[in-house]
Design a protein around this ligand. Structure first.
Ligand code: ADP
Ligand code: ADP
Length: 225
C-alpha cells in the first residue's frame, strides 16, 4: 500500500493557544519501504504517525493510502483499514497483564470474529515468527522487556497487515534487546512489509533504509541509504 501525503497540516487548539503540530508535510512512502522518522521531542513525530495510521485525521492536506483519499473515508472504513491493513507497536507494549502471550496475540482476532481454533493457531504462528514459540503461556510479567515487545509485535502481525508502524519500540529496552527487535523488523521488511518506525535514537534509525527528519512539524531532511 503506497502512502502519499501532500501539504498535511495538523493544528491543535488548547484554550486560546494554537499548536501547529504539522506544518505542511509532503511525503511519499512506497510499498515495502523501511522508513525511520526522527526528530526532537515535540517535532510532530507522533502526530504524523497517528495520521499515517488512520488513528487521527489531518486538519488540511491530502493523504492517499493505496491511491484512496483518506478524507473521503468514513470512520468505520478507517477502522477497517486500521484493523486489517496496519499493525501498531508502542513503546510500552500495551499488553494485558492477566492474559498469556497467546491470549494477548489472539485478541485482535476476537474483534475480527475468527473462531477460537483459528485464533489460537494464528496467534501461535505469529509468536513463532518472533521466536517466542516456547513462551506461549507466559504472562507479560513472566517475560523480559524484549520478550514483551516481541509479543506486541506478534499481536501487530496476527492480522497479517501490509504496514507495520512502531512508535519508539525500543525506548524501554536495553541495547541488546533493542537490536533484537530491530532485527525482527528488518526480517519483516525483507518479507515485503512496509515498516514505519519513530525513534530519536540514531543507532536504531540506522536499521532503516530511509530516514526522514522532522522538526517543527516539517520534513527537513530525507536520506536514503
Ligand atoms: P513528538 O512525537 O515529536 O514528540 P508530537 O506529535 O507528540 O511530537 O507533538 C507535536 C506538537 O503538538 C507538540 O507541540 C505537542 O505539544 C502538540 N500536541 C500533540 N498532541 C496534542 C494534543 N492532543 N493536544 C494539543 N497539543 C498536542
Ligand atoms: P530468549 O532466549 O527467549 O531470548 P531471554 O534470554 O530474554 O530469553 O531470557 C532468558 C530466560 O529468562 C527466559 O526464560 C525468560 O523468560 C527469563 N526472563 C528474562 N527476563 C525476565 C524477567 N524480567 N522476569 C522473569 N523472567 C525473565
Amino acid at each position: 500500500m503506497s502512502i502519499n501525503l501532500k501539504e498535511i497540516t495538523k493544528i491543535y487548539h488548547m484554550g486560546d493557544q494554537v499548536v501547529h503540530a504539522l506544518a505542511g508535510v509532503t511525503l511519499d512512502i512506497a510499498a515495502g519501504e523501511f522508513t525511520a522518522i526522527m526528530g526532537p521531542s515535540g517535532s510532530g513525530k507522533s502526530t504524523l504517525m497517528n495520521i499515517l495510521g488512520c488513528l487521527d485525521r489531518p486538519t488540511s492536506g491530502s493523504y492517499r493510502l493505496d491511491g484512496q483519499e483518506v478524507a473521503s473515508l468514513s470512520d468505520d472504513e478507517l477502522a477497517v483499514i486500521r484493523n486489517q491493513k496496519i499493525g501498531f507497536v508502542f513503546q510500552n507494549f500495551n499488553l494485558l497483564p492477566r492474559m498469556s502471550a497467546l491470549q494477548n496475540v489472539a485478541l485482535p482476532l476476537v474483534y475480527a470474529g475468527k473462531a477460537k481454533h483459528e485464533r489460537l493457531e494464528r496467534a501461535a504462528r505469529a509468536l513463532t515468527m518472533v521466536g517466542l514459540e516456547h513462551r506461549l503461556h507466559h504472562r507479560p510479567n513472566e517475560l523480559s522487556g524484549g520478550q514483551r515487545q516481541r509479543v506486541a509485535i506478534a499481536r501487530a502481525l496476527v492480522n497479517n497487515p501490509t504496514i507495520l508502524m512502531a512508535d519508539e519500540p525500543t525506548g524501554n529496552l536495553d541495547t541488546k534487546s533493542g537490536d533484537e527487535i530491530m532485527q525482527i523488523f528488518t526480517e519483516l521488511n525483507r518479507q515485503g512489509r512496509t515498516i514505519i518506525l519513530i525513534t530519536h535514537e540514531p543507532d536504531i534509525a540506522a536499521f532503516a533504509r530511509r530516514i526522514i527528519h522532522i522538526r517543527d512539524g516539517q520534513v527537513v531532511r530525507d536520506e536514503r541509504r
